[in-house]
Design a protein around this ligand. Structure first.
Ligand SMILES: Nc1ncnc2c1ncn2[C@@H]1O[C@H](COP(=O)(O)OP(=O)(O)OP(=O)(O)O)[C@@H](O)[C@H]1O
Ligand SMILES: [Mg+2]
Length: 352
C-alpha cells in the first residue's frame, strides 16, 4: 500500500519486526516506548487486545489510533464484555461472575452442568478455561477460580461461525464471507468459507455483528465468534477487536485481505469489495508439528492448491500458532476433509 511501517514488540526478531521498516523494542505495556512509536508514526493500530487502556489513551492524544481505548477496555475483561453485550440485548450463553474459588460452587448451582469456567482476563486459544461436566470436576477447577472468572453455560452447538467485518470512521461496514470454524482443545484447527449456513442465518449473523461493532463504536476489522445452537439460533461467544485467525483465509481467497481492509477502515480509504474468489479452507499449523524436528512438509508442498504461510516465530511450543496453510478449490466442505487429511499426515507417525 506504500506505507512505511514500524512495530513495538519485546522480542528481538518478532514476526512483524522482520518485515517492518523500524522496530521499537520494549515491553508492550511500556508507555514511553509506545509514545516513541507514536512520535515516529502518522497512525497506529494494534493486533493484541490486552494493551493497557491508559497507554492507548496517551497515544490517542498525539496520533490517530484505532481501535480506541474505550473499545479495548470493554473487550479486555470477559465479564465486562459479556455484561456490555447483555445490556445491549445481544444473545449469549447464560453466564455469572465467579469472583473467587469460595464462590464457585454456588455459581455452578445457578448455571448448572455442563458449564465452562473462564478467567476474566488474558485467556486465548482455550487457555485459562475449564469444562465442568459434573460435580466431581469442581475440585480441579478451584485453582483456575482463584483469579476472577466467569462461569458460562456450555452450549451444544450445531457449528461455530465467525463474522469478520470492517467498520470505518463514518460507520460504514463491509463484511467478509462468514467462516465456519472447528476447534480442537480450544484452539482453532480449521476455518472455511463459505460457511454451510442459509442466507437467512447469514444475514442474521451479519446484523448481529454490525450491531455489536456499532454499539462498541469500533473502527477497523473486528471478528465476532458465534455459536449456531441446536435448533439454529445464534449466540455471540466473544468479540476480537482486530484482524482474526478466522479471517486469515481472506489473504488468498478474497478480493481484499482483512489486513488491507483494516488499514482502509482506519485510515479513511473507502472499504474495498470483499468478494470470495474461491472456496477455501485455512488450517492452523501448531508448534506440536515440530515436536520431532522439522514437520513433514511433503503432503502440503506437493499439493498445488495449498499455500503455506509461516510467521517466523522462533520457538515452536505446544499449541503455539506457527503459521497456517490455505487450500483453495471448488467446494469448501470437501476441501475441509482434504485439509484435515493433510494435517493428519503432517501430524501422524506415518507422516514422518
Ligand atoms: N459456552 C460455551 N459452550 C460451548 N463451547 C464453548 C463455550 N465457550 C467456549 N467454547 C469452546 O471453546 C472455544 C474457545 O473458547 P473462547 O472463544 O471463549 O476462548 P479463547 O481462549 O478466548 O479463544 P480465542 O481467543 O483463541 O478465540 C470456543 O471456540 C468453543 O469451541
Ligand atoms: Mg474464541
Amino acid at each position: 500500500m506504500g506505507y512505511k511501517t514500524g512495530v513495538l514488540d519485546p522480542a528481538p526478531r518478532g514476526p512483524a519486526a522482520q518485515v517492518c521498516d523500524f522496530h521499537v523494542r520494549a515491553p508492550i505495556d511500556d508507555q514511553a516506548a509506545a509514545l516513541e512509536l507514536a512520535a515516529r508514526s502518522d497512525a497506529l493500530t494494534l493486533e493484541w487486545e490486552l494493551i493497557p487502556a491508559p497507554l492507548l489513551s496517551a497515544v490517542a492524544e498525539k496520533k490517530l489510533i484505532f481501535p480506541g481505548a474505550d473499545v479495548l477496555e470493554i473487550i479486555q475483561d470477559r465479564l465486562v464484555q459479556k455484561q456490555f453485550l447483555a445490556k445491549e440485548g445481544f444473545p449469549q450463553a447464560r453466564f455469572k461472575p465467579a469472583a473467587s474459588a469460595a464462590e464457585l460452587s454456588s455459581v455452578v448451582s445457578e448455571i448448572g452442568y455442563p458449564a465452562i469456567l473462564k478467567r476474566r482476563r488474558a485467556g486465548y486459544d482455550g487457555k485459562g478455561q475449564r469444562v465442568l461436566s459434573a460435580e466431581q470436576d469442581l475440585p480441579a477447577a478451584l485453582e483456575l477460580a482463584s483469579a476472577p472468572c466467569v462461569l458460562e453455560e456450555k452450549i451444544e452447538f450445531e457449528r461455530e461461525i465467525s463474522v469478520v467485518l470492517a467498520r470505518d470512521q463514518k460507520g460504514d461496514v463491509e463484511f467478509f464471507p462468514i467462516a465456519h470454524n472447528e476447534h480442537q482443545n480450544g484452539i482453532l484447527r480449521l476455518s472455511s468459507a463459505p460457511a454451510p449456513i442459509s442466507e437467512t442465518r447469514a444475514k442474521e449473523a451479519r446484523d448481529l455483528a454490525s450491531a455489536a461493532a456499532r454499539a462498541l463504536g469500533h473502527v477497523g476489522v473486528m471478528a465476532v465468534e458465534m455459536f449456531v445452537a441446536k435448533g439454529g439460533s445464534l449466540l455471540i461467544n466473544e468479540i476480537a477487536p482486530r484482524v482474526h485467525n478466522s479471517g486469515h483465509y481472506t489473504l488468498g481467497a478474497c478480493a481484499v485481505s482483512q489486513f488491507e481492509q483494516h488499514l482502509r477502515a482506519g485510515l479513511g480509504l473507502p472499504l474495498a469489495e470483499t468478494r470470495l474468489l474461491t472456496p477455501v479452507v485455512m488450517a492452523n499449523l501448531l508448534g506440536d508439528l515440530w515436536a520431532g524436528g522439522a514437520p513433514n512438509w511433503e503432503p502440503l508442498l506437493r499439493d498445488p492448491r495449498a499455500r503455506l504461510y509461516l510467521y517466523g516465530k522462533d520457538a515452536p511450543e505446544q499449541g503455539r500458532k506457527m503459521g497456517h496453510f490455505l487450500l483453495l478449490g471448488s467446494e469448501a466442505e470437501s476441501l475441509r476433509a482434504e485439509a484435515d487429511q493433510i494435517l493428519r499426515r503432517m501430524e501422524g507417525p506415518l507422516g514422518r
